[in-house]
Design a binder for this molecule. Structure first.
Ligand SMILES: Cc1cc2nc3c(=O)[nH]c(=O)nc-3n(C[C@H](O)[C@H](O)[C@H](O)COP(=O)(O)OP(=O)(O)OC[C@H]3O[C@@H](n4cnc5c(N)ncnc54)[C@H](O)[C@@H]3O)c2cc1C
Length: 201
C-alpha cells in the first residue's frame, strides 16, 4: 500500500482517487475550493461515448478569425492568458495536425468507448441513478446544411470507431420531447446511441 495526495477534486481527481483507493492505497484529495466546483460542475452533463475523437484546434482561417474576434461561442480569451499558455497552445496546435490527430484518436477512442461502463459504478455508489437518463444524445438541426454535415460526421464515426447513431424525422421527435413547441421545417435529428444525458434537477 502506498500513500497518495491528489491535487484537485474535479472529475479527474476524484475518479483517480477512487481508483487508487479501490486498489488498496491511502488517498487524500486537496482542492483550493470545494469538491467539484469548477469545470466538472459547469459542463453539459453528458457522458460522451460518441466523442471518439478529441477536439482538435481548428486550423482554418475563418474559424481562427472568429476566435480572434470572439464572435463564436467556442472561445473567450485574454491576451495575458494566451501569453501564459503559449507553450501549451503551441503543443495543442502541433498535435492537432490531421496526421497526429488521427493517430491520437486511435487510442483516445478506446478510452472513450469505455466511459458509460466506467461511470456505472460511480453513479451507483453515489446513488445518482435518478439523475441519469439513458436515452442517448439527441442533436437538433435547424437547417439542412448543418444536418448534412453532422450526418456525414456520424457516418464517419460509425465506420471508423463503431459509434452507433440513428437519424429520424424532426416532427416525429416532438412527440417524444413535448417541451419542444415547434419543429423548424428542415429540423432533422441525429441520435447517437449510448450517450447519457443528465436530467435537469
Ligand atoms: C462548457 C463545458 C462543457 C463541457 N461538457 C462536457 C460534457 O458534457 N461531457 C464531458 O464528458 N465533458 C464535458 N466537458 C469537459 C469536462 O467538464 C472536463 O474535461 C472535466 O470536468 C475536467 O475535469 P477536471 O477534474 O480535470 O477539472 P476540474 O473539474 O476543473 O477540477 C480541477 C480542480 O482542481 C482544483 N485546483 C486547481 N488548481 C489547484 C491548486 N493549485 N491546488 C488545489 N486545487 C486546485 C480546482 O479548484 C478544481 O476543483 C465540458 C467542459 C466545458 C468547459
Amino acid at each position: 500500500m502506498a500513500e497518495f495526495l491528489v491535487l484537485g477534486a474535479g472529475m479527474v481527481g476524484v475518479s483517480s482517487a477512487l481508483a487508487l483507493q479501490a486498489r488498496g492505497h491511502q488517498v487524500t484529495i486537496v482542492d483550493r475550493k470545494g469538491a467539484g466546483l469548477e469545470t466538472s460542475y459547469g459542463n453539459a452533463g453528458m457522458i460522451q461515448v460518441e466523442a471518439a475523437e478529441p477536439y482538435a484546434l481548428p486550423r482554418d482561417l475563418v474559424t481562427l478569425f472568429k476566435y480572434a474576434l470572439e464572435i463564436s461561442n467556442d472561445v473567450t480569451w485574454k491576451m495575458r492568458g494566451v501569453v501564459q499558455m503559449a507553450p501549451a497552445l503551441w503543443s495543442y496546435f502541433r498535435y492537432s495536425s490531421p496526421e497526429k490527430h488521427a493517430h491520437i484518436s486511435q487510442f483516445y477512442s478506446r478510452l472513450v468507448a469505455r466511459s458509460t461502463e466506467d461511470h456505472r459504478s460511480l453513479i451507483r455508489d453515489a446513488k445518482a441513478e435518478s439523475l441519469i437518463r439513458h436515452r442517448g444524445l439527441v442533436m437538433l438541426h435547424r437547417n439542412e446544411k448543418a444536418f448534412e454535415k453532422a450526418a456525414k460526421k456520424a457516418a464517419f464515426l460509425r465506420q471508423e470507431y463503431g459509434v452507433l447513431s440513428d437519424i429520424f424525422d424532426g416532427k416525429r421527435y416532438l412527440k417524444e420531447e413535448p417541451a419542444l413547441k415547434k419543429a423548424q421545417q428542415a429540423l432533422c435529428i441525429l441520435r447517437k446511441a449510448g450517450a447519457v444525458l443528465r436530467r435537469e434537477s
